[in-house]
Design a protein around this ligand. Sequence first.
Ligand code: ADP
Length: 496
Amino acid sequence: MFRLLRYYSVASGLALLVVVVVLVAIYRQASLASIVETVESENVAMSQALANAIWPKFSDYVTVGAPEDGDALRARPETLEIHAAAKSLVAGLSVVKIKIYRLNGLSIYSSDPSQIGKIQSYNKASIASARRGVPASEFRFRPEFNGINGPLSDRHIVGSYIPVRGKSGKIEAIFELYSDATNRVEVVSSDVKWLSIGLVWAFGLLYGVLFIIVRRADKIIKSQYADLRHEIGNRLSAQQRLQRALEEAEHANKSKSDFLAHMSHELRTPLNSILGFSETMDQEVFGKLGDKKYVEYAKDIHRSGSHLLQLINEVLDVSKVEAGAMEMNESNVDLNDTMKECAALMKDEAKKVGIKLNLSVPKYLPEFRGDDLRLKQIFLNLLSNAIKFTPTGGEITLEAGLEESGSLKIAVADTGIGIEAEDLQRILLPFEQVEDHMNRKTPGTGLGLALTKALTELHGGKLSLESEFGVGTKVTLRFPPERAIITQPELPLIHP
Ligand code: ADP
């Protein structure tokens, strides 16, 4: 799982090691460069002293007078004189070898006689630099070489090429001075050793402290990971339980809807017989019933049966909608006709209780793509509610129109008792009514609005309810533009 500690150990260990090596290398390099610089300036001073001692006497000899052959040069007394002067000058100093070159690179003098009379073939860049008047130095390790005072071995040498100027200030020759920097290099080596030890200690300590912190963090992460896994496990099983409960609830709801649909269907068959027979009796089709109370009873049976049938039909519709099994029989509906028909159906009922029913439908209303029967059901539900909840002398308006967006708007407004704001949402649910069943003065099941809302939504529409308690109620249905089938090209927009 987590390898934080291992990653940390390897990565930071390596990083610290690299840092130590790089720091030490930089320090060593800088120290050696500083040694070379210091020794070079010493060599420049030394060569000046040498020039002062021998140049007035030997400048002509070196530059033009000396032969070019090694043996001839070695045999010349000037060579021995220069050697003696050089030797006495560097006695006790760190200079261990001296050479004098002509500008063409020929060594006229060397403290190592075997090198006299040879053209300098290496370090050409340093010779060239000295020829331009700029001293140049090199640092190197020499396992063995002949020094001015005899053979030397395992020496760290700084060799400097220094221009020698004549009286006129012109560069006339080049001195090569070897300085022994072994002691200084040893000091640097010792510094490097202690620096390495110090850095390893300091970084080791840092590594140790960080190791403890990382180990602690690793432990915390591990325990949090375990907690998280546990939590995820819990949540997953809770989710599974929830899913199961949801499935069970859906199943139970479907069983309920199936049961209601089945029951409603079964109840309707005997109810149709009751309705048919009570009507036959009421109209005394097969002869007089005798006492007029029987006629009254037959009427009552028919009225109650009709009410029961309506209730059963509504229950059946609600369960169909809930089960998603409501089938829509869509066609192009002439809304004008449908609304007129519904208004005419309810007009008498309204008149009976002293309510004025207005219809406000524009002449050119587009056809509506929907289920005519269900639309009638919607309008009749809304109109019957408006009549039920509007006192005598009130007014009801059924209106329709097109909005600027192309939506079709249908509304039923009344000047009835109104609904309090807190009840507005609730009464849209099945079986919900403002007054409870015991205190009701008006008949009803509490299914009408829920069904109207569901049927509106099955047409892609939305139902909204506005009401002011004691003033009136307005139920508005809005259907999307695609439900309005515009057949009249110059249809005016009407905003009721
Ligand atoms: P029902 O009319 O069968 O009781 P509905 O679902 O149609 O059932 O209405 C639910 C309740 O909403 C009604 O009982 C009534 O309290 C309230 N309501 C509906 N329409 C109106 C209205 N136009 N004015 C006042 N109250 C209304």
